[in-house]
Design a protein around this ligand. Structure first.
Ligand SMILES: Cc1cc2nc3c(=O)[nH]c(=O)nc-3n(C[C@H](O)[C@H](O)[C@H](O)COP(=O)(O)OP(=O)(O)OC[C@H]3O[C@@H](n4cnc5c(N)ncnc54)[C@H](O)[C@@H]3O)c2cc1C
Length: 296
């Protein structure tokens, strides 16, 4: 490695990236430094993004929520408490030290199917906002995450952040691994209820080449919830059978493989369990007196 580029502003960073498209951005370094330490990558230039205040912000804009790429998980837990699935995913990342350094931009940049922030962005139908000296563009998450550890980021671009329309309704993020902390997910799931559209959104991590949505399970459960009357009467219980069928439909959407962390069969089973639990939690949150989480 020859140089570390040290831009102080976003426009300086974009100019440098235009001149050195091969420069590898480093935010928290919690993924990149592992690769450098193991000699998996040997970039000519690194570009340190840690001074760019423009990336460390969140804001409400045009009715949407913008989450800067440079926000750390600790920052999200502190500042965005009302975004419950995102906070739960942030809390599930690594250890306090990793959460103090690691960023959502880095999770997107690495594009691991196991990235904990990614199912949340998928469940929110987030767009990923990218910038270069040529201008800014936004890509739906599914067009940005194109494969395992592959993105649609152009060589001269940086990730500015992600944005989505806040959803009125409760939700959760949960993951399965060999223990509770410092664990790469064997399977993860984000479920969000959209009270206004009467929809249930489900995204899965670690059970496919990238994050996956489960569209058939989503429509099936929306129909079952409508039939039970639960959208209008939160006390009305959907049948246990409907919750079970939802679990099976979510498991059917997974495209897992066998690897060192778990077999495909175990991962599918984990998806069914996570889905049933997440739906039950969401419905419990809506019952009178439970106090469902709201968007900011
Ligand atoms: C011990 C340990 C435990 C971990 N546990 C978890 C876990 O439980 N869950 C989980 O999801 N992850 C985990 N990780 C992985 C890592 O912490 C996360 O993926 C984190 O979000 C990476 O963010 P970062 O800012 O450190 O990224 P960096 O390492 O700085 O960068 C990662 C990649 O993204 C690119 N990049 C970063 N920011 C930008 C940007 N703005 N524009 C363009 N490209 C960019 C970099 O070039 C690099 O390719 C763990 C890592 C370690 C070392």
């Amino acid at each position: 490695m020859n140089d570390v580029l040290l831009p102080r502003t976003l426009s300086e960073a974009l100019e440098l990236k235009a001149r050195h498209p091969e420069a590898v951005p480093i935010a928290g370094g919690t993924d990149l430094m592992v690769d450098l330490n193991f000699d998996r990558r040997r970039p000519e230039h690194l570009m340190d993004l840690s001074r760019l205040g423009e990336l460390k912000v969140w804001r409400l804009e045009d009715g949407g929520l913008f989450l800067g790429a440079g926000l750390t998980y600790t920052g999200i837990m502190r500042e965005l408490a009302a975004q419950r699935p995102l906070v739960e995913a942030s809390r599930a990342v690594g250890s306090p030290q990793i959460r103090n350094r690691g960023t959502v931009g880095g999770n997107l940049g690495t594009a691991s199917p196991a990235g904990d922030a990614l199912p949340v962005l998928a469940a929110y139908d987030a767009e990923v906002v990218l910038a270069s000296a040529r201008g800014t563009r936004a890509l739906p998450w599914a067009q940005f995450l194109v494969g395992p550890k592959r993105t649609a980021l152009a060589p001269d671009e940086l990730i500015l952040g992600a944005r989505w329309r806040p959803v009125r309704g409760t939700g959760s993020f949960s993951k399965v691994g060999p223990r509770n902390a410092m664990v790469i997910a064997v399977a993860s799931l984000c479920l969000v209820l959209d009270e206004d559209r009467r929809e249930v959104r489900v995204a899965l991590g670690s059970v496919g080449p990238t994050v996956l949505r489960a569209p058939e399970a989503e429509s099936q459960v929306a129909r079952a919830l409508a039939a039970s009357g639960v959208w209008d009467d939160p006390a009305a219980p959907p049948s246990a059978d409907a919750v079970d069928r939802f679990g099976e439909a979510v498991a059917a959407a997974a495209r897992p493989i066998d690897d060192v962390r778990g077999t495909a069969a175990y991962r599918r089973r984990a998806c069914a369990v996570l889905a049933r639990r997440a739906l039950s939690w969401a419905l419990a949150d809506r019952r009178p007196g439970a106090g469902a989480a709201a968007a900011p």
